[in-house]
Design a protein around this ligand. Structure first.
Ligand code: OAD
Length: 242
């Protein structure tokens, strides 16, 4: 596994990650076998309609996922991206669709968590935000301490607007390199970032276990596990400078 694409300190590198990068930490991906939606349809647990229909069920689902975070730690793929950020500093941006916080835990700083975070909640009525570890999870539907309305997980559900889209748009325009890692390339708008960056002239790299749906837009594809491939790739990228 060798990379032909060079990365220098002056380049602007945008990385997009999905569930695959956390697979080696023990978090199930969405669309692989035994994926997270196994017992529930997407409509039940990942749409505003599902929440209004059965908020207790949706809360049960996200509480389980939140509690799981106590048992998982970042893997070598996450740590490789910390190394890349340390090398590139402000010329690095990490966009993640993951809500598990493992990139932050590993040490990445320049991150947009575009689908929200399991570690945050907010009130449906007054919009006050609460870290999940400060709310009463014993309640079937946790309540706001200010106005007693229902809280919801700060997760972007299907049909809702992902976070940081204007900032991401700007970053895609100036990206010299776009690296997509561990994402099936089927959920929009994230699936389109690769093509947009390529149209704007970025070199595109993919690291994925299976071939993603947007594979056609990837110039250099490394097939395999990100925890195994990324440390070697990052080592090559940061030692290329002459
Ligand atoms: P998926 O489950 O759709 O895709 C995971 C991808 O990671 C697949 O292409 C796998 O082949 C790949 N993969 C699995 N293990 C890997 C490993 N060890 N190393 C590298 N790649 C690996 O997850 P996402 O694409 O992240 O949205 O899903 C996107 C969004 O759909 C999620 O953020 C979520 C979901 O519905 C919301 O919740 C809004």
């Amino acid at each position: 596994m060798n990379t032909k694409i060079k990365i220098c300190k002056n380049d602007f590198v945008v990385v997009l990650t999905g569930a695959g990068i956390s697979a080696e930490s023990g978090i199930k991906t969405f669309r692989d076998n035994n994926g997270l939606w196994e017992d529930h349809s997407v409509e039940e647990v990942a749409t505003p309609e599902g929440f209004f229909k059965n908020p207790a069920l949706v809360w049960r689902f996200y509480k389980q996922r939140y509690y799981q975070l106590a048992d998982v730690i970042p893997n070598s793929g996450h740590f490789a991206l910390v190394k890349l950020e340390e090398y590139l500093a402000d010329n690095f941006l990490l966009i993640t669709q993951n809500v598990d916080g493992l990139h932050r835990q590993a040490g990445n700083k320049r991150i947009y968590e575009m689908h929200g975070s399991l570690e945050e909640t907010y009130c449906l009525k007054c919009k006050t935000h609460y870290p999940t570890n400060t709310i009463n999870l014993a309640q079937d539907i946790p309540k706001c301490k200010k106005c007693n309305a229902s809280l919801r997980p700060d997760i972007v559900w299907f049909g809702e607007m992902p976070y940081f889209l204007p900032e991401i748009d700007l970053a895609l325009r100036k990206a010299t390199h776009f690296i997509t890692i561990g994402t099936s390339g089927v959920v929009y708008p994230a699936a389109q970032f690769l093509m947009l960056a390529k149209m704007n002239g970025a070199k595109t790299i993919g690291v994925n276990f299976n071939s993603p749906d947007n594979r056609n837009f990837i110039e250099e594809f490394h097939q395999g596990k990100s925890g195994e491939l990324l440390p070697k790739l990052v080592e090559q990228w940061i030692s290329q400078e002459v």
